[in-house]
Ligand binder design. Sequence first.
Ligand code: ATP
Length: 234
Amino acid sequence: MLEIQNLNVYYAKAHVLRGVNLRVESGEFVSVIGPNGAGKTTLFRAISRLKDYSGDMFFDGSRLPQEPAQIVRLGLIQCPEGRHLFPYLSVLDNLTLGAFRHDQRDGSVKQELEKVYTMFPILRQRAYQMARTLSGGEQQMVTIGRALMSKPKLLLLDEPTIGLAPIVRKLIVDALKQISDSGVAILLSEQNVPFALEHAQRVYLLETGSLVKTGTAEEFRRDEYVRKSYLGAA
Ligand code: ATP
């Protein structure tokens, strides 16, 4: 579904992504792990064309367009790190803004909204509150909900659990599993490695701009280097 070949990204003279090759199959759940500053956000911003790059990217067999809005229309939707909600709009308005790919007259916006409320019931109660008044976990639910309203084929999630309490993190993990089971492909970026491995079928390890390892989640759990460096094994 997504194929990235020889991706290179610079910030001025700093070479922050170096020859990255990555793919996500249709319906697959793939995680990218790596420490702070490895380049995960840059990778996601490049995929959504919010950052210039050299290299080739294909989605559903065609070269990715150059305009972020055209990329969204193809169903390649990003949940950005830091959420980027409209703080002074209500939860309902934030969610509805995600629905611009729908025909606004055929009732499908309402249907998608119901799906989001079923996944995150607290958002129904918060529908008319300003987004800025929500807890961090609730804001993360709105961010994921807004992305779902765009009917993603592939959902990019950039560190969705950062700063969240364990109980909320569990809720988000369960939601991602549901989304994945419904057939949406997921590309997740995470520093929290146990979380990243929980439902992923395949994993990439990114360190200082290069992909240094790839394999199944099970291979990563058994890998000596991953265990020592990222899973706290002695
Ligand atoms: P984090 O978990 O902190 O978000 P990350 O893996 O997502 O880390 P990036 O944010 O992609 O990493 O950063 C990769 C590298 O690029 C880092 O060295 C960072 O300092 C640098 N960088 C990121 N954004 C910019 C920018 N706008 N200008 C210059 N350098 C940047």
